[in-house]
Design a protein around this ligand. Structure first.
Ligand code: ZN
Ligand code: ZN
Length: 143
């Protein structure tokens, strides 16, 4: 489990000034992967009750721009944030309850980053969303 000190170090490593809201937001995103903004605001306010919505939005923007968090937004969902960055992983989304799970990038014969035709692009990211039903929802549907 990362500590406040780790989060301060991550901010410094990304050349961001260390502020309490930044460390708190980073910590909330680490603790709750694929969280939406409102839950992040709730988590941050447990430590810093006076922090404004706008402040949290601004921090999320800065952290995303600095590459410390990744923003994902499956269609039909609000923006969500996670701290697992830089590994080109993908997501599975449940059509019924909206649950999101991580999926590692396909490896081996046809990794995701090897496009069947790259049109001359040098590709550095592939964003794949697998849609379906999570175990709970498919169990509920079958009973
Ligand atoms: Zn589900
Ligand atoms: Zn993820």
């Amino acid at each position: 489990m990362a500590t406040t000190l780790d989060f301060q170090q991550m901010l410094r490593g990304a050349a961001l000034r260390v502020t309490r809201p930044r460390a708190a937001v980073l910590s909330a995103v680490h603790a709750h992967p694929h969280t939406e903004t409102n839950s992040i605001i709730g988590a941050v306010r447990r430590d810093l009750p006076k922090v404004s919505h706008q402040a949290v939005y601004d921090v999320l923007h800065a952290l995303t721009a600095a590459g410390l968090v990744r923003r994902i937004q499956p269609s039909g969902s609000v923006a969500r944030y996670e701290s697992r960055v830089g590994d080109n992983h993908h997501h599975m989304v449940c059509r019924s309850c909206g649950l999101i799970a991580d999926v590692d990038c396909a490896l081996g014969e046809a990794p995701c980053l090897t496009a069947s035709d790259d049109s001359g692009f040098s590709i550095d990211e592939a964003e794949v969303i697998y849609w379906g039903l999570c175990p709970d929802c498919s169990a509920a549907g079958n009973s």
